[in-house]
Design a protein around this ligand. Structure first.
Ligand SMILES: [Zn+2]
Length: 257
């Protein structure tokens, strides 16, 4: 009885949030045109993506920095890409944070590292995005906007792949597959086989296994057919983790003649 009451209350709250944060048809259509990898053959899957986007907008707090003015187009573009990885995992995966800070462009962060002799080196790093544990997710709008134009580069999927606890997402036997793929990728980056011109898997993925997971997730969602052809085991692993098969579920890209 209590469970039924609770479910009823939750459904009502969700309906209220969906009404409050309804995404207008024309804005949703424009978002799908701008980011075609969001499209699905299955109308129900696309509707679920739109529903989760509204709930995401309701639960998260967007803030602008650096003089940027937040528009509906900006927050919907971020929400729709952010919920794509959790389409079948559920929005509760993102319960660990609330804030999203959007900057107009990449942000210079002062970094310091100590070398083996204990000497501290300071340098600037241009960040297109950052996800810190429990803290706000930072995104550069310029980078969000340019996603999907060339190659698999996608800062939103990258940062939200970090938000998802990748170790908790990958089944035990899958960790060995990821390690193996990571080691081979590092060897190819070291050997110069993968470089900055490679637009499927960013060589930045060689920095650490969690970066490799984030970079592979970008390719999985943005260029799934290419990833499946080039790295079938990695694709299969991510399909299990995310419970999606975008290579099949996504309509083929429209030809631009
Ligand atoms: Zn990263």
């Amino acid at each position: 009885m209590l469970a039924r009451w609770w479910r009823g209350l939750r459904a009502r709250r969700e309906d209220e949030a969906l009404a409050r944060r309804a995404i207008p048809d024309d804005l949703w259509k424009r978002t799908l045109v701008r980011y075609p990898f969001l499209r699905r053959h299955d109308a129900a899957a696309e509707a679920e993506l739109r529903r989760l986007s509204s709930l995401f907008l309701d639960r998260k707090e967007f803030a602008a920095a650096g003089g940027l003015r937040l528009t509906d187009a900006i927050v919907v573009a971020i929400a729709a890409q952010a919920v794509l990885p959790v389409l079948r995992l559920g929005l509760a995966r993102y319960d660990g944070f609330v804030g999203i800070v959007v900057h107009p462009d990449a942000v210079n962060a002062r970094r310091s590292v100590a070398d083996d002799d204990g000497v501290v080196h300071e340098y600037d790093e241009a960040l297109a995005g950052e996800a810190v544990d429990g803290g706000p997710v930072m995104l550069s709008w310029r980078d969000v906007y340019s996603a999907g134009r060339e190659g698999a580069y996608n800062v939103v999927i990258h940062e939200f792949a970090h938000v998802l606890d990748y170790a908790g997402l990958i089944p035990e036997q899958g960790l060995a597959v990821l390690d193996d793929e990571y080691e081979r990728f590092c060897a190819r980056v070291d050997g110069g086989e993968v470089n900055e011109e490679d637009t499927l898997l960013d060589p930045y993925g060689a920095v650490a296994p969690q970066e490799f997971f984030a970079v592979a997730s970008e390719a999985f969602f943005v260029l799934p057919r290419e990833l499946q052809a080039a790295h079938p085991a990695l694709y299969a692993l991510l399909a299990t983790c995310y419970r999606q098969d975008p290579a099949t579920e996504m309509p083929p890209p429209r030809r631009r003649d």
